[in-house]
Design a protein around this ligand. Sequence first.
Ligand SMILES: Cc1cc2nc3c(=O)[nH]c(=O)nc-3n(C[C@H](O)[C@H](O)[C@H](O)COP(=O)(O)OP(=O)(O)OC[C@H]3O[C@@H](n4cnc5c(N)ncnc54)[C@H](O)[C@@H]3O)c2cc1C
Length: 359
Amino acid sequence: MHDVIVIGGGVIGLSIARQLAGSKSVLLLDRGATGQATSHAAAGMLSPLSEADNQGPFFQLCRASLALYDQFIDELQQESGLNVAYSKEGLLSLASSEASAATLRQRYEWQRQAGFGVELLLPNQVKKMEPLVTVPIIDALFMPAERSVAPRRLLNAIRESCFARGVEIRTGVHVDAISPNTIHFAHTTMQAASIIIASGVWSGEFEGLKPRIPISPRKGQILSLAMPAGAFRRMIRWGHSYFVPRSTGELIVGATNEDVGFESAVTPAGLGRLLTDALAISSDVGSYPILETWTGLRPATPDELPILGSTAVPGVYYATGHYRNGVLLAPITASIVTDLVEGRDPSIDIRPYSPSRFS
Ligand SMILES: Cc1cc2nc3c(=O)[nH]c(=O)nc-3n(C[C@H](O)[C@H](O)[C@H](O)COP(=O)(O)OP(=O)(O)OC[C@H]3O[C@@H](n4cnc5c(N)ncnc54)[C@H](O)[C@@H]3O)c2cc1C
């Protein structure tokens, strides 16, 4: 008998288990190995500003999570002994059309007025910062506070930290159904005072939870190139594509966003678009070896907001639906769920994310 059972060992479930282990006995279950599903596919951008058009509640949630990141990473690296390639080099958003330049200028205006240290740059300033960028630029916005992390390293570090804090992790356990304070799998039941559903895009599949939450997959195709040391320093966004350079020498090029169900193939159309955009951002990347191509299924909800809070079943909580921002939102999600399990009001208003909004 554990105090808490967490179902799902992605970045969300592992982060929750790790934080709760400070005060509770925690069992984490995954039907496969931990850290091998959507979280394994992420680019690792921690960038609340780069697509934000106002200071709505979701922006505040993302900012609150980013504010927790320095401490999260410090503790993880100490507890695991692993380097998670955390970068604080910021993000450049580039506009090559009048329409995207207008969007950048609008973002610049509200973000500057709100006190965020954003800078509107001329093309020659971009050239100085990232000399290998070749795309024609009308306007560019630099967001120095945006960050990134290598998700696969992060997942390893959180798992090691979970072990160090006494979390029990069992893999190969496919949970089928949930009833009050109880999980069911393979004709077996286990009980806990609190059960956390952190099963990503599969979180709506459990028997016993009604109504089913509306989570659906959004496929992302993504790839990595081997870049010469220091070729790019900052993240770069251009149109629907981005570069995430890593201190480990990889240049991540992402990502498609496709509504094709649970199909997860890498396709010529998907890769073709990414490579065409990558060459447009910098013709230099044409000679970089392709290291890997892969896909992941983002857990999307109808309003594109996460689902955080109690289910209708006593003792059972959702922490899912993180769509495009699960890596960014892991620390704040862990903090919110810890507050709920320990009977406190979370430090941030979670009503916009209530599971009941879909009832
Ligand atoms: C291409 C791509 C790029 C992305 N880039 C970024 C980015 O730059 N920044 C960012 O913040 N986010 C990014 N994301 C989004 C991010 O990856 C997701 O929001 C996040 O990984 C979701 O994490 P999770 O733990 O909820 O899900 P997952 O990582 O999918 O974990 C869920 C786990 O639950 C387990 N599970 C499922 N069902 C059961 C069951 N019945 N019983 C037991 N275990 C079960 C699964 O095996 C899995 O291990 C990206 C996503 C993609 C696809």
